[in-house]
Design a protein around this ligand. Sequence first.
Ligand SMILES: Cc1ncc(COP(=O)(O)O)c(C=O)c1O
Length: 285
Amino acid sequence: MPEPLANVHGQLMLLDDVKISAQDRGFLFGDAVYEVLRIYQGRAWLEDEHFERLKNSLAAIRISGVDLDRLRRRMHETIAAGPFGEAMVYIHVTRGAAPRRHAFPSDTAPLEFLFVKDYDDRPTAQARLEGTKVITYPDIRWGRCDIKSTNLLANVLANQTAAEAGASEALLYLPDGTMSEASHSSYFIVAGGTVCTTPLKSNILPGITRNFLLRLAQKADIPVREHTMRREDVYQAQEVFLTGTTSEVLPVVRVDDKSIGDGRPGPVSKRLLTLHEQAVHAFLS
Ligand SMILES: Cc1ncc(COP(=O)(O)O)c(C=O)c1O
């Protein structure tokens, strides 16, 4: 199994050997954006979509001067250098290192860092078969959750609370009682046979898997609706599932102390999971 490999400004090195300035604004302010991609058999899944979102995140926080085609080439070189088969890529761009001052520095180059690491899907594969438990938790994040920023403290606290409750994820609810998304996943419910998920606004990340799954469902003639839900809708749903780059489609069988459906992954979630698997196989063949 190859060691996790990093690439910093085009230089390949072991992830453990990377040194980043203590004055880096990603470190000091969370002044940074990131992406996570899944690598299947050495090939990057939904690569164009991830790089498009990275471009949007960089533009939203006004980091300029990053050559995304070059960053892509570095990513491929790093995957090949492993070589990595089943893996994940983490890409992280910060505004760079400068003396600590809130306003942007005038002449600092962005830090372009990525790493590739083996990914063992077996625990998640098991969870997809059995279904997972989640909790609900207040969404205390900022107003631009559509930017994939590295400011994840509220997500960390939510997910830690889930872990302490023996759950894998936290579904986040806003002060008005509506649900946004989960701490590191998008979420869907199935109600009256329709697949529903939160509409894209500034309160959620435009999940790549979310968008891909909506397209898959539409192609398969499964009714879909983008619609804001309340906590009660989730408790009463026929099915609930999470989506994300590494979780893919993960059925939820319990939310807080409420069992969902008959407490086992439901038919729509299982069908979408199969459609996702087939799409990955088609991509690889
Ligand atoms: C808050 C949040 N929502 C949703 C997702 C799922 O997004 P994607 O499908 O692009 O992995 C993530 C993934 O990291 C996330 O952090």
